[in-house]
Structure formats: structure tokens, C-alpha cells
Design a protein around this ligand. Structure first.
Ligand code: BTN
Length: 254
């Protein structure tokens, strides 16, 4: 059974993540979702600000995955697949979509969506909840980021008016419910395959920043746990479980 979504819509919020995390602590069920039409203090990964742009989608959803602590990173790939699959039908040329490990969605070499996952655990070490935050540039790339970010409207088959945000949100929630359920019922392998189908092709040059270290190599794939595999110049296959990826052909990480 897919996830039953219960959407709460706000005109403006500091961050949809914070609203939903507060709700999660009160015990609201899986499927609770918070959307804001604008955010004043949106945040991204690596402590970055997630800049506002008019008409864009700011959405956080509450999930309670049954998975081991070390596998929670797979949820980012689940969300990436869901967003990629949801956006594809809106696009003139869906083959320009690329998932970048672990949590980014690129369109024509520029970032169009990012995913932030925040979790809470209970003393047994199990997950109490995971809040999956999704920022999707629909009408525009945030001001000042146009060299690195893009909005899907610029690549869409048809005009996406501001209320079109709702259409995109519904498509994402539908896909996320289905892909999350597939992961919970059938494990990571079908997600891994779907993610690789939307990823940069094997052999794409990448560098990965892990703490103060930079690893360079050619993208190989993701392994059965969701780790990134990079073929280094000396032929070594390095598996990376956390870090920030830079793809030379892309405009940046956004
Ligand atoms: C990233 O790429 O760094 C992740 C960006 C996540 C942004 C979204 S917008 C909705 C939700 N609320 C936030 O404050 N952040 C996430």
C-alpha cells in the first residue's frame, strides 16, 4: 500500500522542515506533509541556505521507514528517483534530467531540485521518523544562482503557471509514495536500478569532497547499500558513503 498523504499548506514559513519536525515530535502519522508558498529561512545540505525563488516548491514530508540506521542514506536516493520520475513527464526532453549522488536533481547541467533528510532516533537506535525536505525550482532559479541552477518551467513541454506548483507537488507525492513503498517492500535493489537509470552515465569524471579530502575519478555506479563507487586513476574502486560530489560538466552543486 502506498503512503496516504495529509498536506498542510502555509502561505509563508521560516522552514517547512522545522514545522514538520515539531509536528513529528507530537506523533503525527507517516504521510504528514508541509508545503509553504514561500520560505524565509529555508536550509539545504552542508549547512547552506536554500534560497527562495518565486513560484518554487518547498515541501517536507514525514516518513517512518523500517530500515537499519546505516541504510537511511538510501532514502535520499528513493526521493531522488521519485522526483526524477515525477518531473520527467513535464519536460520537453526528459533525458536532460540527471540524479547526482546522493541527493540532487540536475536538468541540463544545472541543479533544479535538492533533498534534505533530517531524522530522529529513539533509544533502541531505531528511527522515530525521517523528514524529507524537497526544494524544486519550478518557475525560476533563485536570484543570483542562475549560472548553477535552473527551473523546470524553462524546459517544460507546456507553460507551468504558479498554480502548476500543485500539479508538480501531486506528481512528486504520488511517485514518492510508490517508490518509498517499493523500497520498504522489496529492498534497495529496484531503487538502485531506477536511480542508475537517471544518473550520470558510468565513466563521467567526478570529484568528491569528503571532509578535507578530495577524491577524483570516474563514476562507476552505486553499490547495493547506496554508496557511491568511483574508479580512481590507478584503477582502485573507491566506495564513498558521505561527501559532496562535483561533476565537471555540471554548473555546480547549488
Ligand atoms: C539541498 O540541495 O541542499 C537540499 C535543499 C532542500 C530544500 C528544501 S525546501 C523545503 C525544505 N525546507 C527547508 O528548509 N529545506 C527543504
Amino acid at each position: 500500500m502506498t503512503v496516504r498523504w495529509d498536506l498542510r499548506l502555509f502561505e509563508e514559513a521560516a522552514s517547512t522542515q522545522d514545522i514538520l519536525k515539531d509536528l513529528a515530535r507530537t506523533g503525527v502519522p507517516q504521510g504528514t506533509a508541509v508545503q509553504a508558498l514561500s520560505q524565509t529561512a529555508g536550509r539545504g545540505r552542508h549547512g547552506r541556505e536554500w534560497e527562495p525563488g518565486a513560484g518554487n516548491l518547498y515541501l517536507s514530508v514525514l516518513l517512518r521507514p523500517a530500515c537499519a540506521l546505516q541504510d537511511i542514506g538510501q532514502l535520499g536516493l528513493v526521493a531522488g528517483v521519485a522526483i526524477g520520475q515525477a518531473l520527467a513527464p513535464f519536460l520537453e526532453n526528459p533525458s536532460l534530467l540527471r540524479l547526482k549522488w546522493p541527493n540532487d536533481v540536475f536538468l541540463s547541467g544545472k541543479k533544479c531540485a535538492g533533498i534534505l533528510i533530517e531524522t530522529d532516533t529513539i533509544p533502541s537506535g531505531d528511527f522515530a521518523w525521517a523528514v524529507v525536505g524537497m526544494g524544486v525550482n519550478i518557475l525560476e532559479a533563485p536570484a543570483g544562482l542562475s549560472s548553477r541552477a535552473t527551473g523546470i518551467a524553462a524546459h517544460a513541454k507546456k507553460n507551468i503557471p504558479a498554480p502548476g506548483r500543485d500539479e508538480v507537488r501531486e506528481a512528486i507525492l504520488k511517485e514518492l509514495g510508490d517508490v518509498f513503498t517499493l523500497w520498504q517492500d522489496s529492498g534497495f535493489e529496484p531503487i538502485r536500478r531506477a536511480w542508475l537509470a537517471l544518473a550520470h552515465p558510468p565513466g563521467t569524471p567526478m570529484s568528491v569532497k569528503v571532509g578535507a579530502m578530495i577524491h577524483e575519478g570516474l563514476f562507476q555506479d552505486v553499490d547495493e547499500t547506496g554508496g557511491l563507487r568511483l574508479r580512481e586513476q590507478d584503477g582502485t574502486l573507491r566506495t564513498i558513503t558521505g561527501g559532496e560530489v562535483f561533476v565537471q560538466t555540471d554548473g555546480g552543486t547549488g
